[in-house]
Design a binder for this molecule. Structure first.
Ligand code: 2RA
Length: 332
């Protein structure tokens, strides 16, 4: 069976990754409908050698559409996803608009695949940083309940979209030419810098990105007792987010056991040979479907705790791939 698939936000960084991954996985597409805002309507995109014209996203874009992949920003999801669902499509939404809605499942196929089938027309794709973390937390959680997670992220420029990546590249070129660096998408110059500020600040002093990790992790793992304290940081990397994770568990998990649990987990590769300088780095994780975990050690500050390091391509597993895996669950 083949499906009619719409992509809202097809000209963005995630939109482009949707096209690449649908093609790589040979997703059974009958009709492809590339959609974007008025600004990008009329542009041409290519899918499997065929050219398509991008249409303007509207309330009537979804007739005959079976699956609507949304990555066009929260405002557009709020406005147009209900129309898509009403027209009979299943929306898989990459924005934060519906993630904490009780009627909307929040799904990472390696963690809570069954939740996908409880949808009422909209399924939410979690925040990229959360997805990469929970892929690593779940195998540990299944062995021993998790009590507390302290995480710092190292988030790449393309997490802020294609224009974020472009800004970092342009800063590097301008610096090489001795020219003034342009700063638009980030609060400060990102080149040669790190910025501990991703998304807006909230009243409690955390950012919205950090609170996404707190709230979404509970919902995906399905346990309100899993507490997450995050510090999210933008770093001058083009693609792939990294995370330094401390996890306190109810029962002790040895390093050996953790490596076994991680090795047997879907979507995760263990890369942990420090004596050979082998550990995950974003340059290696970029373009890959799996997340990579390494630097696995028993934490010396706490009895039942592990510290480790994870890298994952946030445009792939953190966004487009996760959404397409959800679609694959539904059509299986
Ligand atoms: C980022 N878009 O800014 C991601 C956050 N979800 O890295």
């Amino acid at each position: 069976e083949k499906y009619n698939v719409a992509i809202a936000g097809v000209t963005g960084a995630v939109g482009e990754t949707f096209l690449n991954i649908l093609a790589e996985r040979n997703f059974p597409i009958n009709k492809l409908k590339p959609l974007a805002s008025a600004r990008s309507a009329g542009k041409k995109i290519t899918y499997q050698g065929k050219e398509y014209e991008v249409e303007e996203l509207g309330h009537d874009s979804f007739e005959d559409v079976d699956i609507a992949l949304f990555s066009a920003g929260g405002g557009r999801s709020l406005e147009f996803a209900p129309s898509a669902a009403k027209a009979g499509a299943v929306v898989i939404d990459n924005s934060s608009a519906y993630r904490m809605d009780d009627d909307v499942p929040l799904v990472v196929p390696e963690v809570n695949p069954d939740d996908a089938f409880k949808h009422k027309g909209i399924i939410a794709n979690p925040n990229c940083t959360t997805i990469i973390m929970v892929v690593a937390l779940k195998p540990l959680y299944d062995f021993s309940k998790i009590e507390r997670v302290v995480v710092s992220s190292y988030q790449s420029a393309s997490g802020a979209g294609a224009q974020g990546m472009y800004e970092l590249e342009e800063q590097a070129k301008a610096w090489a030419k001795g020219e003034k660096l342009n700063v638009e998408n980030f609060q400060y110059q990102l080149l040669f810098n790190v910025i501990p500020h991703v998304d807006k600040f909230m009243e409690n002093g955390y950012t919205k990105e950090e609170m996404k990790m707190y709230n979404e992790t509970k919902k995906i793992i399905g346990d309100n007792n899993v507490l997450v304290s995050a510090t999210c940081v933008r770093v001058p990397v083009l693609t792939a987010h990294s995370e330094s994770i401390f996890v306190e568990t109810k029962d002790k998990i040895s390093v050996e056991k953790a490596k076994e649990l991680f090795s047997n987990a879907k979507g995760l590769q263990v890369m942990d040979n420090p004596e050979k300088n082998e550990y995950p780095i974003p340059l290696l994780a970029a373009g890959k479907d799996d997340c990579y975990v390494g630097r696995i050690r028993e934490d010396i500050s706490c009895e039942n705790a592990l510290s480790f390091w994870v890298c994952g391509d946030q445009l792939r597993k953190g966004a487009a791939l996760n959404a397409i895996q959800i679609a694959e669950l539904l059509i299986k």
